[in-house]
Design a protein around this ligand. Structure first.
Ligand code: ATP
Ligand code: SF4
Ligand code: MG
Length: 335
């Protein structure tokens, strides 16, 4: 595995075995996250963004969520570990989760424990992974609060989550996630619950901390504004599949997939009164997907082949891939 690649996901299949049938939440997904880069995951609700992240964390909803195939290779400085081969409750994955990969979730109130002070929660995370005394852990926790720009950290450390604002709670979550100095931070809709000013502060903070701690970030969002602000590369998902992958510039200025083009048409442009054009129709139910390309019923460019045969992945350039029959004149790749 190339040493610049931190995580390599190959043919990942994460399914839910439900009473109504097998729900393919993540359907044969392949991608890499390089060291120090920020990759954005975008797509409408239910397209498999969170389940991709939770597969990497080995934290799928139980008892039904399960990885049915594929590999998630984590490259811990030359020592490659396939996360899918580990028992989700085993010590090894807990150690990866604590020391190497951390995740921040959408709603900070549900992730923080209301009966413990924020200090206790940060210190617990520090002491779980580093052999330090209580006093040193407290000092480190105060230092983390300073990193995430909490004012009067010596006082705040003894407060309970309900005493803090939403923006502060999200900062605390970031402090907890970063207290183990992870190599990969997965942020699942980290700013959706916040107002725009606080959102901008949190995004700035994440960028600064990325420089300081030298980590890769996977950021999941519906918000193409956040994608434009934060990412180097973008992965567009639809119905459990990656339909386009490219540099952030290419996604914005040279999008190839009709779905990506549709998402871009639906974002507001500051200062423009132009009406938004939502993508027509809705995401299909994963239990009754159409034949061929899953986007065909909503696609303005659909051809006959689209309704019968699933498109393979076409390589537009070495860094730009698109799963769409419109590009069948370029090289086809296996992922
Ligand atoms: N507990 C569950 N049981 C059964 N199916 C589930 C469960 N959780 C998720 N799914 C299925 O997995 C699919 C992908 O869900 P996921 O949470 O990854 O979507 P998402 O892209 O993160 O959406 P959102 O933007 O709304 O957060 C959903 O469409 C749903 O069908
Ligand atoms: S494969 Fe066909 S239906 Fe699917 S996105 Fe491309 S043009 Fe549209
Ligand atoms: Mg989600």
């Amino acid at each position: 595995m190339n040493k610049n690649i931190l995580v390599e996901v190959k043919n990942l299949k994460t399914y839910f075995d439900t009473d109504d049938g097998l729900v393919k939440a993540v359907d044969n997904v392949c991608f890499n996250v390089k060291r120090d880069e920020t990759v954005g995951f975008v797509g409408e609700s239910g397209c498999g963004k969170s389940m991709t992240a939770l597969s990497i964390m080995s934290l799928l909803p139980q008892p039904r969520g399960k990885i049915f195939g594929g590999t998630i290779n984590y490259n811990a400085d030359g020592n490659v570990i396939d996360i899918t081969s580990l028992d989700p409750r085993a010590k090894e994955i807990r150690s990866i989760r604590g020391n190497d990969i951390a995740m921040i979730f959408q709603e900070p109130m549900t992730s923080l424990n209301p009966v413990y002070t924020v200090g206790e929660q940060i210190m617990e995370s520090i002491r779980l992974h580093q052999k330090v005394s209580k006093k040193d852990a407290r000092e480190k926790a105060i230092e983390m609060l300073k990193h995430v720009r909490i004012s009067a950290p010596e006082k705040r450390i003894d407060e309970y989550p309900h005493e803090l604002s939403g923006g502060m709670r999200q900062r605390i979550m970031i402090a907890i996630a970063l207290s183990c100095e992870p190599k990969l931070l997965i942020a699942d809709e980290p700013t959706t619950a916040l107002d725009v000013t606080i959102e901008a502060q949190i995004l700035n903070l994440m960028r600064e901390l990325q420089d300081k701690f030298k980590m890769s970030i996977m950021i999941i969002t519906h918000d193409l504004g956040v994608i434009g602000e934060m990412t180097d590369r973008v992965i567009v998902m639809y119905t459990g599949k990656i339909v386009e992958e490219a540099s952030t510039d290419d996604i914005f200025y040279n999008p190839k997939h009709p779905y990506t083009q549709g998402l871009l048409r639906s974002i507001p442009i500051l200062g423009q009164k132009k009406r938004l054009i939502p993508i027509e129709g809705s995401v299909p139910n994963l239990l009754c997907l159409p034949a061929g390309c899953y986007f065909a019923p909503r696609c303005p460019c659909a051809k006959d082949i689209c309704r019968v045969k699933e498109p393979p992945n076409f390589m537009i350039t070495e860094e730009h891939y698109c799963k769409c029959w419109l590009y069948d004149d370029v090289e086809e790749v296996t992922h």
